[in-house]
Write a protein that binds this ligand. Structure first.
Ligand code: SF4
Length: 322
């Protein structure tokens, strides 16, 4: 069961990139949401929608343009001392999409996982660090024989397990998993999702799980937020999102997921999205989704829909519900 205490509050977060004076890319444009302790919040959207930038801005890998990220009641985007930054890095860790490029190929697995332990637990000696690394490898389904090997000697799934062990090495509370299964085969994706779920239960972790489609994210997320062109369009419980999606974009994403039953698959209606995602440095006026929305009305080109709670704990930004 989810404990409804807030661990993270994202308030009006913006991250703009400026290529030159005329072009401002609004990668994340005023998003607000909470993450509760012990839950998994899925953050979903097509590539280029700003979800990874949002994850990296929350984790302070990118400087926010404006807004707040409040962790356990404290705004972590304001200027802080090196000790406070180090403390925050320990609490909040990231797992990346491509475990190969995020693991230094010149280091052994032992060295990769030891690095964080050495930084955050300087009192541990070499043998103690080694014991901890082996415990972590076993926790993620690897073993001590793997400790002295290099990243290229592993499969994609095993490399992601190493990435997870590295993130867990400093005993974090909150993990931002940035498309951790996108580069893996479907059969391996399920294994990594199951591993993350087991680790969450065992260690009481909280996840922000970033994904580009709604298929696998359902199995891990308690709630799901859907993002389009830098903004949030819908957020609610996973079950509610799948049974009663309100935003036309969410409906389109859901209808793109194949259903294993051929009878249902043949008979169901699909929402086919036409056109490409617009350029975020030149977004459409009004609702950002209007150029691809099958339900677009006149008002959609003129007025940006407001983010509102239209059912209990079900938020959406769309003129259809105003
Ligand atoms: Fe479609 Fe209009 Fe709703 Fe945007 S506000 S999703 S264009 S109906």
């Amino acid at each position: 069961m989810i404990d409804k205490e807030k661990l993270l509050e994202v308030k009006n977060l913006k991250k703009y990139f400026t290529a030159d004076k005329k072009q401002v890319l609004r990668a994340v444009d005023d998003i607000s949401f909470d993450v509760y302790k012990g839950e998994t919040l899925g953050l979903v959207g097509e590539s280029g929608c700003g979800k990874s930038t949002a994850g990296r801005t929350i984790n302070n890998l990118y400087n926010a343009t404006s807004g707040q990220v409040i962790y356990n009641g404290e705004d972590i985007l304001v200027k802080r001392s090196p000790d406070e930054i180090k403390d925050m890095n320990k609490k909040m860790q990231m797992i990346f999409q491509d475990p190969y490029s995020s693991l230094d190929p010149r280091l052994t697995v032992l060295e990769i996982i030891s690095e964080g332990i050495r930084n955050h637990y300087p009192d541990l000696n070499k043998e103690e660090r080694q014991v901890k690394v082996i415990e972590l490898l076993e926790l993620v389904g690897l073993n001590k024989k793997h400790a002295n090997r290099y990243p290229h000697e592993f499969s994609g799934g095993q490399r992601q397990r190493i990435g997870i062990a590295r993130a867990l090495a400093v005993e974090p509370e909150f993990i931002i998993a940035d498309e951790p299964i996108a580069a893996l085969d479907v059969s391996i994706q399920a294994q990594i999702v199951n591993l993350l779920k087991e680790l969450q239960q065992e260690k009481g972790l909280t996840y922000l799980f970033i994904a580009h489609d709604l298929s696998m994210v359902k199995h891990i997320s308690d709630r799901i937020a859907v993002m389009y062109l830098g903004g949030l369009v819908e957020l609610t419980d996973s079950e509610e999102l799948y049974s009663d999606p309100l935003h036309p974009y969410t409906q389109a994403l859901l209808s793109a997921i194949p259903i294993p039953n051929p009878v249902i698959e043949r008979s169901r209606e699909r929402v086919i999205l036409t056109g490409d995602v617009p350029d975020p440095s030149n977004p459409p006026s009004g609702c950002r989704f209007r150029t691809r929305c099958p339900a677009a009305m006149d008002i959609c080109a003129k007025v940006l829909p407001t983010w509102r709670e239209v059912k209990k704990q079900h938020y959406v930004a769309c003129h259809l519900y105003e």
